[in-house]
Design a protein around this ligand. Structure first.
Ligand SMILES: N[C@@H](CCC(=O)N[C@@H](CS)C(=O)NCC(=O)O)C(=O)O
Length: 213
């Protein structure tokens, strides 16, 4: 049984939960972070000295933090060979896109765009900085667009860990009130992700409780 710490409105928790859902793993999740608090306790620091979510514990094994590390653990332990190949060369094809999506899409969107559009009071928003962040993100989304124009999934012909790292951001990217560049292959890919039950359950979640008005 997996034990997970983290509120379901956290984008990193969403990536983890989507992965857990795709792999159909049993879990227990504890709501901590943001309005639930709980990150400042000694008990939580013993799980993760960074006091961030998510944290995952698989049975009695040591707790794992850092979403990328958690996802790779789940993929290696429970994923099939399409999701996370055993062969290092094939795995690197997926890993490079998963890492790319985490560093460029997730980190290029969540704080520079989502926080500034949703988690910042309207009178504090810097429209120029937001536009600059969107244009910078778009330079990377254009790279994803080229991939997805040529194949159905980010790293190839089948759903893999790379899609978790890209796809979990797209619900918020397409939902928030911003101007978006037309990227038809990415948009069609997002539509396909929204058909997946685990995506609907764990990613397509209201973020209204995070909004600063
Ligand atoms: N690099 C870490 C970042 C973790 C992180 O910043 N998590 C956020 C939520 S997405 C957090 O702990 N926020 C504090 C809170 O929810 O109270 C990872 O990828 O797991």
């Amino acid at each position: 049984m997996l034990t997970i710490w983290g509120r379901k409105t956290s984008s990193n928790v969403q990536a983890l939960m989507w992965c857990v859902g795709e792999l159909d793993l049993p879990y227990q999740r504890h709501d901590v972070g943001h309005r639930f608090g709980g990150l400042d306790t000694e008990a939580f620091a013993a799980l993760n000295p960074n006091r961030t979510i998510p944290v995952l514990q698989d049975g009695e094994a040591a707790p794992i933090w850092e979403t990328g590390a958690i996802l790779r653990y789940l993929a290696a332990r429970y994923g099939d060979d399409a999701f996370w190949p055993a062969d290092p060369v094939q795995r690197a094809e997926i890993d490079k896109w998963a890492e790319w999506a985490k560093l460029n899409i997730a980190m290029g969107f969540t704080v520079p765009i989502f926080w500034h559009v949703v988690r910042t009071a309207p009178d504090q928003r810097d429209a120029k900085a937001i536009r600059h962040a969107i244009e910078s993100l778009e330079q990377n989304l254009i790279i994803a667009e080229a991939q997805l124009a040529a194949q159905p999934f980010l790293a190839g012909q089948t759903f893999s860990l790379a899609d978790i790292q890209l796809g979990h951001i797209l619900f918020r990217y397409y939902d928030i009130d911003i101007d978006r560049r037309a990227l038809p292959a990415l948009s069609a890919y997002y539509d396909r992700m929204t058909q997946r039950p685990a995506y609907q359950e764990h990613v397509m979640i209201s973020y209204e409780e995070l909004r600063v008005v």
